[in-house]
Design a binder for this molecule. Structure first.
Ligand code: PMP
Length: 369
């Protein structure tokens, strides 16, 4: 990260006891980005007007879909690569290896092309040909492998690790357990939210895949506000985290499944470890509510969002209602609906998933596929 911080201002953070202020870097919005990797982050914070009026709060969404690769994972991708460079694990011309079927791969593909690294991606072979094609056309070497559980040595993550070990000048970036991931949000997303709201933020909420976004932003906002900002996990069905947070640390409930992609977790990743005690609470959000919000955000705010973003917006609305009028609640708009359109806006798919009735009748005009 040190190299990419060239055009960053160092901003002293009032009240921060635990984070070295010298580490907090806020990008300048003006000027010329020195390559694509320098254009990651610094996204707008958008007021969701209708939901703000409805709740009497300021409901704000961080527009992560405006990153160069189209998602919040561009930040993690950049920090994982910069971390490997800083540790001397990756030198010019080297290779990045990761296990991912989603946005991290796309983020890494953009960052690696921009910085001159090769990229190798392992993913479960249950993933769509479209995802494989996209990563290949972005320059990645892609290995679809049998979809087996994490405790099986043939799991795609372990295969990615072993592949990196066979190469010189190569690194397995390990987005789940490499805490450079959460540092991306501790040092960029969190400070950006604080500065964009002039420190007037009462609550933050978001869902978790690796845990990087939730843990990094929470750590920063808690630290800078001396614990004043309340932070909440938002969790879909099929994830263990909601039960973990609401049972005082037991990994019990894995029941159900969700159509939201990129979120939900079966274990406490290293990115989440140490941050769990500071979370103020957790919300369980159904697919019905997330799907309804996909359509509401499109109709009312002009925001074309993926389902994890919509789940986050539902959570922000619920937190605003819980805290009461006059509060400012921030969440993450992780990515757009572009990659999911043939599902989210298809009547057949909605019916198959028993989610057609979740779309209010007045919004049926958007079900066009
Ligand atoms: N939404 C989407 C669409 C994602 O791809 C991801 C990453 N898997 C997340 C949310 C969750 O982000 P994080 O990994 O930082 O928890």
């Amino acid at each position: 990260f040190a190299t990419s911080a060239r055009r960053m201002d160092i901003v002293p953070v009032a009240g921060s006891k635990h984070i070295n202020p010298q580490l907090i870097a806020i990008s300048k919005a003006q000027g010329i980005a020195k390559g694509l990797s320098d254009a990651v982050g610094n996204t707008p914070l958008i007021r969701l007007n209708r939901l703000s009026e409805e709740t009497g709060c300021e409901v704000l969404g961080k527009a992560e879909f405006m990153n160069p690769g189209g998602s919040v994972k561009d930040r993690a991708a950049l920090f994982l690569v910069r971390d490997a460079e800083n540790k001397g694990l990756l030198r010019p011309g080297g290779t990045v290896v990761e296990g991912t079927a989603g946005n991290t791969g796309i983020g890494l593909a953009h960052v690696c092309r921009s910085l001159g690294y090769q990229l190798v991606i392992y993913m479960p072979d249950t993933q769509s040909q479209g995802k494989i094609d996209l990563l290949r056309l972005l320059g990645a070497e892609v290995y679809p492998v049998p979809a087996v559980a994490f405790d099986n040595p043939q799991n795609y993550n372990h295969q990615a690790k072993r592949h990196a070990e066979t190469l010189d000048n190569a690194v397995w970036t390990d987005q789940f357990d490499n805490t450079a991931n959460r540092r991306a949000h501790l040092l960029s997303t969190g400070p950006e939210i604080w500065h964009q709201t002039n420190g007037k933020v009462n609550a933050f909420t978001c869902a978790t895949g690796t845990g990087g976004t939730l843990a990094g932003v929470t750590h920063y906002l808690k630290d800078v506000s001396e614990g004043q900002v309340k932070c909440f996990l938002a969790d879909p069905p099929g994830s263990v985290l909601h039960s973990y947070f609401s049972s005082g640390g037991k990994l019990i409930d894995r029941s159900g499944s969700s159509i939201t992609e990129g979120i939900g977790q079966g274990r406490i990743t290293d990115n989440l470890k140490g941050e769990v005690g500071v979370i103020d609470g957790s919300l369980h959000i159904s697919d019905e509510k997330s799907i309804e919000m996909v359509y509401r955000c499109l109709d009312e705010e002009g925001l074309y969002l993926g389902a994890s973003s919509a789940l986050n917006v539902v959570a922000a609305k619920e937190v605003a209602e819980k805290l009461g009028k006059g509060n400012t609640v921030v969440t993450i708009l992780c990515d757009g609906a572009y990659r999911y359109a043939e599902r989210l806006f298809s009547r057949k798919w909605l019916e198959e998933k028993k989610l057609f009735s979740a779309v209010p009748e007045r919004l049926h005009k958007y079900i066009v596929l």
